[in-house]
Design a protein around this ligand. Structure first.
Ligand code: PA5
Length: 463
């Protein structure tokens, strides 16, 4: 089990020049604000930021493992019904820790995992056409217990289950993860007697990957949930240090904030040089964007704050986005996700030894090619004056992923202090939800609907 590393050599002025890189003085001057931010965040561990303690919820890990063991072999499919923070962690964990081909041929006794985090009728309709709900268990995940997309999907699949299995029979195919007391889903759990897991207070959606929201579906598809929590706990211990150089979350948060605030880099590109980590980049995009993208500061002033997250996949996006990244505007910084030891090396055969364009590859491995492409991109970005850091894992395993989730969550919480915004709410998302309720004719939202209709500008269309 090894510690993940945050290498920030190439965000420094020594590497990319003083116009785009941070000087030692700039970083040193941020040591004290960083330590204060850490004190402020960790000081809320026992009150409202309960997600900081998720790594130590051994009883929760046991509960999900027991449930997974009790249903092993019963279902062909685990279907997550959830969205945003109630879905992105599930996807990221599955992509990181199971085979990319898991759903085509799952290991014996394990189900496939589908995360239906959209109400696009073609996505859901196609699922209904192809998969038998009677072979599936539906994990309905919602912190609020009332999100329209999740509730709509739950109603749909509940009825399909009842049609196939009857009212009594359908109940074993639903397992709910929601608040202990509040929300429509909790009320439904009480009425139906569904198996249910609790999302504890102080564990907001996007900070809940290590809660039952992320762990239950993981345990069902064979992921080592104890290893995830152990990795997160090890990272938590590292991240108690108040010195930048000893604490990867503190350094990561400082680099992100200073590159944005002092060097004009509003775009944060997470460039995953690992197929396994590609959905971690998407999970982080939500964590960063929804936590820090805020109109108001904590004292109520308009600040319109927040970095813009972008996710990219190496090598694939080298042939689509790197041209822009190396020669386009100087408005971005990059975090490369790197893996030292992929599970496979994959040797290339020798052929066409008389053709230099093919011969140099013979006898080398895809691992070497992939890592050379990654390192080549790092060199190209650095030489073009584009600050870039690397978050490196020795291997992609549960322990490393637990560390990665925790360090990025804590880093974003620290950035909330630096940007002086509330990193734990999402008023902009709520506004859209309310508008959707109004447009769907939900009781109590009639006035909002009338307002939307009154304020609609005259249509301008090209038909
Ligand atoms: O991070 C968040 O809080 C959001 O992305 C929520 O997870 C998302 O809006 C879904 O909400 P809920 O879990 O209440 O259904």
């Amino acid at each position: 089990m090894s510690a993940i590393r945050f290498d920030y050599t190439n965000v420094l002025a020594d590497a990319v020049g003083p116009a785009h890189g941070l000087t030692d003085e700039e970083l040193a001057s941020f040591a004290e604000p960083s330590a204060r931010a850490l004190d402020a965040v960790l000081g809320r561990r026992a009150t409202d930021l309960r997600w900081l303690d998720l790594p130590y919820q051994d009883d929760v890990a046991l509960h999900v493992a027991d449930y997974a063991a009790s249903v092993r072999g019963r279902f062909r499919n685990v279907v997550v019904l959830g969205i945003g923070g109630s879905a992105l962690g599930n996807k990221a964990l599955q992509t990181a820790l199971n085979s990319p081909y898991h759903n085509i041929e799952p290991p014996a006794g394990l189900p496939r995992l589908f995360v239906l985090d959209n109400v696009d009728p073609d996505l859901v309709g196609e699922f209904l056409d192809r998969f038998d709900p009677a072979e599936s268990v539906f994990n309905v995940i919602s912190e609020s217990g009332g999100t329209a997309e999740t509730m709509g999907q739950f109603l749909l699949f509940r009825q399909k289950l009842i049609d196939r299995l009857g009212v009594e029979g359908h109940r074993e195919h639903v397992v709910v993860t929601t608040d202990a007391e509040h929300g429509a889903l909790r009320e439904i759990v009480g009425r139906e007697g569904y198996e249910a897991f609790v999302l504890p207070d102080g564990v907001g959606g996007r900070f809940g990957a290590l809660s039952p929201a992320g762990l239950l579906s993981s345990a069902l598809v064979g992921i080592d949930v104890q290893g995830l929590l152990k990795g997160a706990a090890d990272m938590d211990q590292r991240c108690r240090a108040r010195e930048l150089d000893a604490n990867p979350a503190l350094t990561h948060a400082a680099v992100q904030y200073l590159l944005h605030a002092r060097k004009g880099k509003p775009m944060a590109v997470t460039f995953s040089y690992s197929h396994r980590l590609k959905d971690m980049a998407d999970w982080y995009a939500q964590l960063l964007g929804e936590s820090l993208g805020k109109r108001k500061s904590r004292s109520g002033e308009d600040v319109f704050a927040g970095p813009t997250p972008v996710s990219a996949l190496g090598v694939t996006d080298q042939r689509s986005q790197v041209q822009l990244y190396v020669e386009g505007p100087f408005d971005k910084w990059f975090t490369l996700l790197a893996v030292d030891e992929p599970d496979h090396a994959v040797e290339l055969p020798h052929a066409y030894d008389d053709l230099e364009g093919a011969a140099y590859l013979g006898g080398r491995t895809l691992k070497e090619l992939f890592q050379a492409e990654r390192d080549g991109t790092r060199v190209a970005l650095t030489e073009a004056g584009r600050p870039n850091a690397t978050l490196a894992l020795e291997k992609v395993d549960a322990h490393a992923i637990g560390q990665m989730i925790y360090v990025l969550e804590l880093s974003v919480a620290l950035m909330g202090e630096h940007y002086d915004v509330n990193a734990f709410d999402q008023p902009g998302v709520e506004a859209g939800k309310v508008a959707a309720y109004a447009l769907m004719g939900r009781a109590g939202y009639e006035e909002r609907r009338a307002e939307i209709e009154r304020s609609a500008p005259p249509a301008r269309r090209v038909v």
